[in-house]
Design a protein. Sequence first.
Length: 94
Amino acid sequence: MNDAFVNPLARTGPSVINSARAIKSWVRKRLSLPDEVVVSVSELACHVPGCPPKETVILVMQGTETARASVHKPITAVTEEDVAHAFSASTNPH
């Protein structure tokens, strides 16, 4: 198979990967997280009436504690401001 092959049916592409990396970086900076804390970013589809079609879910897993935040946008549309709003003082896992 050619190394340049791009699967047209693949869900992820460079823009999604780069966006997820940026979101993780913003979360780490916002919450002053050490390297051993796991930050997970996922895009989920919502099928509930009235729910936005795409939602970005951010998990911060530290030891046995997990903090969860959601941004009602696709991964590629999430901004640093969205991350700051999602992780306001009331949802800070520390």
